[in-house]
Design a binder for this molecule. Structure first.
Ligand SMILES: NC(=O)c1ccc[n+]([C@@H]2O[C@H](COP(=O)([O-])OP(=O)(O)OC[C@H]3O[C@@H](n4cnc5c(N)ncnc54)[C@H](O)[C@@H]3O)[C@@H](O)[C@H]2O)c1
Ligand SMILES: [Zn+2]
Ligand SMILES: [Zn+2]
Length: 339
């Protein structure tokens, strides 16, 4: 079957001779229809994804149709449209036992630690499937990146009527904003890019915008928040400086959630942390419950997937299009590969 292998850093390989998956107990064969591309794929291609080994088939934002499946408790059958939850977890470690399958100690992510879905068919554990009949294929494929945002929002305990500051208006931060708005929170978007800020306003319907490059960000956040600081702050920048600064943007008694991650140490001023009695959290991946939250928001029409997907290519043209998606001037939010 056809597929694309990331053979080594900066080299994709088109192949028509990938082995066909064989149906095994507890697994399903899914015919892949959509593959969303994100920062993880771009970093894997550029060689700056830590713990990545080549050759690897990328693709972890997946929508498809079940082609083969045995008896299963979810009642899924051949022909069902599904989203694939790409975080294959062990089910027995301390995190899995407490329901935190998103941070399993033995996590193996499709398209990262094991081969993903950039091919015609894939075999996946039935436990990774989520029924998405009724959604479009595009909606089904963006469940994963948006579920990252839903997980961060759930972890923060953000409630309707509360104000959240979301720093970073990339595909991940936009998901946080969309879900925060969906549950009835007020959202302030912060970024260093005017383009990204306008997209936050137009697409996520954010209530206020703050450019992080301008002076006195704390004052401007307070102004946007009726004179007080927001009770919840999400950092989705992947920028260590921003993450360090973000401690100053949270109200006393508030919560700070690091959705973005960096391969660096984050330093902060303890008095700023302590006097606020801040709660600092990391947010990693998502669980089935978070996928369900996004599914519900999509079904309710709260999220405009057509504008979130800014670029498209058929599988056979992905290799040539990919270089363009790496360039900031292409203004990619989400690129989608179609089969
Ligand atoms: N929690 C998870 O499981 C998970 C999953 C996927 C990605 N991520 C991480 O989320 C982060 C964001 O991902 P993305 O794909 O949206 O990235 P992105 O690079 O597309 O977006 C980041 C945004 O942050 C803005 N930014 C950068 N520095 C800033 C600063 N100092 N102040 C304000 N804004 C700033 C950029 O202009 C950009 O709009 C990355 O660190 C990524 O690794 C986390
Ligand atoms: Zn992704
Ligand atoms: Zn586990």
């Amino acid at each position: 079957m056809k597929g694309i292998i990331c053979a080594e850093v900066e080299r994709f390989e088109w192949t028509e001779s990938l082995p066909e998956p064989v149906l095994e107990a507890g697994h399903a064969i899914v015919s892949i229809k959509r593959i969303g591309i994100c920062g993880t794929d771009l970093h894997a291609f550029k060689g700056n994804q830590p713990f990545f080994s080549y050759p690897r088939i990328l693709g972890h934002e997946l929508a498809g149709i079940i082609e083969g499946i045995g008896y299963n408790e979810q009642g899924l059958t051949v022909g069902d449209q599904v989203s694939i939850i790409p975080y294959v977890h062990c089910g027995v470690c301390i995190a899995c036992r407490s329901g935190k399958t998103n941070c399993c100690t033995d996590m193996s992510v499709l398209g990262v630690h094991r081969d993903g879905g950039m091919r015609e068919r894939i075999s996946v554990p039935v436990a990774c499937l989520l029924s998405a009949n009724g959604l479009t294929l595009d909606q089904t494929a963006v469940l994963e990146p948006l579920a990252i945002g839903a997980h961060a929002v759930r972890r923060s305990g953000l409630a309707a009527g509360e104000t959240a500051l979301v720093i970073g208006g990339g595909p991940i931060g936009l998901g946080v904003m969309a879900i925060a708005k969906h549950i009835g929170a007020k959202v302030i978007a912060m970024d260093i890019s005017g383009d990204r800020l306008s997209f936050c306003e137009q697409w996520a319907g954010t209530d206020a915008l703050v450019n992080a490059l301008q002076d006195e960000p704390v004052q401007r956040i307070m102004d946007a928040c009726g004179g007080e600081l927001p009770t919840v702050v999400f950092d989705a920048t992947g920028n260590a400086r921003s993450m360090g600064d973000s401690f100053r943007y949270v109200a006393h008694g508030g919560r700070l959630v690091f959705v973005g991650l960096v391969k660096a140490d984050i330093t902060f001023n303890d008095p700023e942390f302590h006097k606020r009695e801040l709660t600092l959290m990391a947010s990693r991946n998502a669980t089935r419950e978070d996928f369900d939250t996004v599914l519900e928001a999509l079904s309710a029409g709260s999220i405009d997937v057509n504008r979130y997907i800014t670029h498209r290519a058929p599988l056979a043209e992905m290799i040539e299009q990919f270089q363009g998606w790496l360039k900031p001037e292409s203004r990619v939010i989400k690129a989608m590969v179609e089969l």
